[in-house]
Design a protein around this ligand. Structure first.
Ligand SMILES: NC(=O)C1=CN([C@@H]2O[C@H](COP(=O)(O)OP(=O)(O)OC[C@H]3O[C@@H](n4cnc5c(N)ncnc54)[C@H](O)[C@@H]3O)[C@@H](O)[C@H]2O)C=CC1
Ligand SMILES: O=C(O)CCC(=O)C(=O)O
Length: 522
């Protein structure tokens, strides 16, 4: 039963500032409950509680931290159909997608529980002293410690896996950081259900109350106050480039600037090399549209740009893609704002003198239904207008007709930072692939061969990140176990008496977690 309240450090809290969830499929408010918008005082209370929880939470035995993460997964699963129904109603996404996303969310919480127990993330290094050396060498011992309270912005497009208990929250909690979530206004009921699950898990596993809070609100001041709060030590964000950049400015302008991990925008180029295009262009056209249309195109990994050498083989690909896209029904988008931004994005592309409209999908029959669109442009014109390369969030993509491989490679080299690049590559294309790889490594976070970029696997070797503006910090990932590193920093202890050292740094205490001791990996 939803109450429409905030969660501040284990307590529910009401507010007179109310807003309503929206059903994007009908365009109408969901009337059963209204939701509390946080005041700046609520944000400050959540941050103060997170700061108070930091020392007790970050020093708990790792086993207890891991059990907390597992308990969150179990509590989310126990929400059952109520969670799936609410998330579908608030997002317009179908039950199969939300059910899959729930599995991914619980799975990534359990992955981080295993990561916490594993302990290697502490990256212990020990250089023993050598008093006989001239000058004498000190005893140095290093470990990673958590940064402090973390602010997480729930994303609209993944109401579970990138939201209240999503990857940013799971990795920050795993690192030992209390979390204050700014919920997305597009799914407040879903957020409340998940916040309840986290709060119950915190209570049943004996966590300090301030380990988690959820603040909502329709006004930007909630997020602004959160990022500016002096107790917040890092930020995780998934959303628009404008939103991410606004928060980056706030983080940088603080008296004590903090790291912000913002995942913002990408067009995720797909490069079809000539032999693959000749051998399988028609099949690739249909498969490309299946990836493009997934989740109404509302994936940050959506393939928004396709590059290939011009000619009859590319015509065959475009024909097949066009046929598949024409048959695409219009899909309900997450919010009216996102649908409007999609319509504007397509209109701007269509208005470019360099762009040809290839085809469109079926027209929408209800509110907020995005109509698929495919465009093409000549390689020599692609960089003439920045609009060709802007993320259009929805089922829209641009096929780039390059004169030859040299033009294709030069064009790829001038793209902005991206989350992914995809190569469709047959054996005879390997020499061209080898020329492209060093260019792509400079530009993207993940390079895919003969697959599609949508659907990020949650694992140990995943990078969901990339150079600016795909993210604000290319040195990390927001998906997979390495995401824990974003919320850690190294501390070195020099000539510290053994009784004062953190136990993990004492001699012989690293049996199962690996360590670099006197330069050698143990
Ligand atoms: N690349 C990606 O992964 C995604 C891109 N988007 C893009 O973002 C557009 C809008 O979608 P939203 O999900 O609403 O993203 P958004 O960036 O507008 O909002 C995300 C969160 O950040 C907060 N926020 C945004 N601007 C802010 C500011 N200036 N100050 C303080 N807080 C701020 C919002 O309140 C919300 O909680 C979409 O049309 C799409 O273009 C959205 C979701 C994912
Ligand atoms: O799983 C995926 O492909 C997409 C992830 C995504 O869209 C996001 O990070 O917002």
């Amino acid at each position: 039963m939803l109450k429409g309240e905030l969660f501040i450090a284990g307590e529910r809290r009401a507010s007179s500032d109310r807003f309503q969830g929206q059903d994007p499929a009908t365009g109408a408010a969901i009337e059963d409950v209204s939701f509390a918008g946080a005041s700046e005082a609520d944000v400050a209370d959540a941050c103060a509680a997170a700061e108070a929880a930091f020392a007790p939470y970050s020093t708990l035995p790792l086993e207890q931290r891991a059990q907390f993460l597992e308990a969150i997964a179990t509590e989310i699963e126990a929400l059952g159909d109520a969670l799936v129904e609410r998330a579908c109603r608030e997002t317009g996404l179908p039950p199969a997608r939300i059910t899959g996303e729930r599995g991914r969310t619980a799975g990534q919480l359990r992955l981080f529980a295993a990561e916490v127990r594993d302990g290697r993330w502490q990256r212990v290094r020990i250089d023993h002293a050598d008093p006989a050396r001239i000058p004498p060498k000190p005893d140095l011992r290093l470990r990673m410690i958590p940064l402090g309270p973390v602010a997480v912005f729930g994303a609209s497009n993944f109401p579970l896996a990138f939201s209240v208990a999503g990857g940013d929250t799971a990795s920050a909690l795993a690192a030992g950081c209390p979390v204050v979530v700014k919920g997305h206004r597009a799914h407040p009921g879903t957020a409340e259900l998940v916040a309840g699950a986290i709060t119950r898990a915190a209570a049943s596993t004996g966590m300090p109350a301030g380990v988690f809070s959820l603040v909502n609100g329709t006004s930007r001041r909630v997020g602004e106050a959160l990022v500016a709060d002096p107790r917040i030590q890092a930020v995780g964000f998934t959303g628009s480039r404008a939103g991410g950049e606004a928060l980056m400015r706030i983080a940088a302008a603080r008296p004590r600037p903090i790291p912000i991990y913002a995942e913002m925008s990408a067009v995720n180029p797909v490069i079809i090399l000539p032999h693959a295009l000749a051998a399988r262009g028609t099949a690739l056209g249909a498969a490309f549209v299946a990836s493009l249309a997934m989740g109404a195109g509302q994936f940050c990994t959506n393939p928004g740009l396709v590059l290939a050498v011009d000619g009859p083989d590319l015509d065959a690909f475009i024909d097949a893609a066009g046929t598949a896209l024409t048959g695409q029904p219009a899909q309900t988008m997450l919010t009216q704002g996102i649908w409007e931004a999609f319509e504007q994005g397509k209109a701007k592309l269509g208005a470019s003198a360099h762009v040809t409209a290839v085809t469109q999908g079926a027209e929408g029959t209800g509110p907020n239904q995005g109509r698929a669109a495919l465009f093409s442009v000549k390689g020599s014109d692609l960089l003439a207008d920045p609009v060709h390369l802007h993320e259009v969030f929805g089922v829209s993509s641009v096929v780039v007709r390059c004169a030859d491989m040299d033009e294709l490679i030069a064009t790829v080299g001038q793209l902005e930072g991206q989350l992914t690049a995809t190569l469709q590559v047959d054996a005879a294309d390997h020499p061209a692939g080898a020329r492209l790889l060093p260019v792509l490594e400079r530009t993207v976070g993940r390079i895919i061969a003969n697959g599609w970029p949508t659907g990020v696997e949650v694992g140990h070797a995943m990078v969901h990140g990339g150079p600016y503006p795909a993210t604000s910090d290319s040195r990390s990932t927001s998906v997979g176990s390495m995401a824990i590193d974003r919320f850690l920093r190294p501390v070195s202890y020099q000539d510290m008496p053994a009784e004062l050292l953190p136990p993990v740094l004492n001699d012989g205490a690293q049996d199962n977690i690996g360590a670099r001791i006197d330069g050698r990996w143990a």
